[in-house]
Design a protein around this ligand. Sequence first.
Ligand SMILES: CC(C)(COP(=O)(O)OP(=O)(O)OC[C@H]1O[C@@H](n2cnc3c(N)ncnc32)[C@H](O)[C@@H]1OP(=O)(O)O)[C@@H](O)C(=O)NCCC(=O)NCCS
Length: 177
Amino acid sequence: MTAPQVAHTSQLPASTLAASRALLDDAFDGEFADADWAHTLGGMHVLVWEGDALIGHAAVVQRGMLLGERPVRCGYVEGVGVRADRRGRGHGGALMAACERIVERAYDLGALSTSEEGAGLYLARGWRIWQGPTSVLAPGGIAATPEEDGGVFYWEAGLPLDPTEPLTCDWRGGDVW
Ligand SMILES: CC(C)(COP(=O)(O)OP(=O)(O)OC[C@H]1O[C@@H](n2cnc3c(N)ncnc32)[C@H](O)[C@@H]1OP(=O)(O)O)[C@@H](O)C(=O)NCCC(=O)NCCS
């Protein structure tokens, strides 16, 4: 298996970004919204190529979070998808391995919000469920996100973590987690 390409959004040609969006539209069966795509931009992309064909994508973007009351820099994983006919061959694992290295080198911690389909992959790799209450720093103040409790996973990156603490993400359009 060839190593994934790792590049910042600004380094990728429009054709590669378009291929990434198309791959994610297919991988999520048409459920990948414009806001979901926006969430993948502005950070590092991890791309698996098979010749000229893009078959895997993931991204790590920086988000400001509050760990209890402490501000932390979080590497947030977004847009993880492998082309349906190439799954079960380790490409998802290769994407995540590259994301984990980015998180460990650049951020205080890693986090992501999982789908049911992704949970097995993340748990098997050592991602753990954030046990504390989750919330978002909304324009009107901190708002609890109880529907996300138990669905946010984290990756340690050097900062000592207590996963029972409250975790608050920054505000954005679309799904906040
Ligand atoms: C989740 C997703 C990215 C996983 O991609 P993948 O390439 O199939 O991932 P991997 O092959 O690395 O691992 C998937 C499974 O295949 C297994 N596997 C890995 N290498 C394998 C191989 N050579 N042969 C057979 N199986 C293998 C893994 O053990 C894993 O098993 P599990 O289902 O028990 O966890 C993919 O299913 C996908 O794109 N889903 C739709 C979008 C989605 O839900 N994304 C996650 C959002 S949070």
